[in-house]
Design a protein around this ligand. Structure first.
Ligand SMILES: *[C@@H]1O[C@H](CO)[C@@H](O)[C@H](O)[C@H]1NC(C)=O
Length: 177
């Protein structure tokens, strides 16, 4: 016999919600631990995507349409970072180190500068001069390597303390920091 998802889902939810409410506290916090681990791993993976793109930018000089296409997934990864950041903000938002790192990333506009730069490559890469491509790379690397990635590292330090599994992640740098 087959059940459609819409038929079965309300019953599953009805069974699940009281169960969740009845879970002992240590099981609930274990779920949170998993979310923290996933958030930091996926955030690091996104930083790695963007760093690989920035490392590759010099190889796209004279190949603007390739630059533009390669920038699009990098831009998507950069924006995706905010979802993982939010999980860690929700978990650690009152930690002074997180408040500081968030100040750098959000209030100082450094994260948005990276987003805007990647968007510029994505939208304008095919018509930019080589000089403009190189100048933008220097600007984005300066802000990202100098401010953004160290602030992300701080999120990973705080997450690593909580996870306490013997390792702390470091945001992947491009080879042209
Ligand atoms: C693309 O280039 C135009 C013209 O220079 C500029 O106005 C626009 O802001 C650029 N797009 C992005 C996303 O920076």
């Amino acid at each position: 016999m087959q059940f459609s998802l819409t038929t079965v889902l309300p019953a599953v939810l009805a069974a699940f919600i009281p169960l969740t409410q009845a879970l002992p506290a240590n099981l609930l916090s274990r779920a949170t631990i998993q979310q923290i681990a996933d958030a930091q791993n996926q955030w690091r993976s996104d930083t790695s995507d963007v760093s690989q793109f920035l490392s590759a930018v010099p190889s796209f000089l004279g190949a603007g349409s390739k630059l533009s296409s390669a920038a699009q997934p990098a831009l998507a990864s950069e924006k995706d970072e905010l979802l993982h950041k939010k999980v860690l903000d929700d978990a650690f938002g009152s930690d002074p180190r997180i408040i500081n790192a968030n100040e750098v990333l959000v209030n100082q506009g450094t994260f948005q500068f990276v987003v805007d730069s990647l968007q510029n490559y994505a939208e304008n890469g095919s018509t930019m001069s080589d000089d403009d491509v190189t100048t933008l790379l220097q600007q984005v690397n300066s802000v990202r390597c100098g401010k953004v990635l160290p602030a992300i590292d701080m999120y990973f330090v705080v997450a690593g303390e909580k996870l306490n599994n013997g390792g702390t992640l470091v945001a992947t740098r491009p080879n042209n920091c």
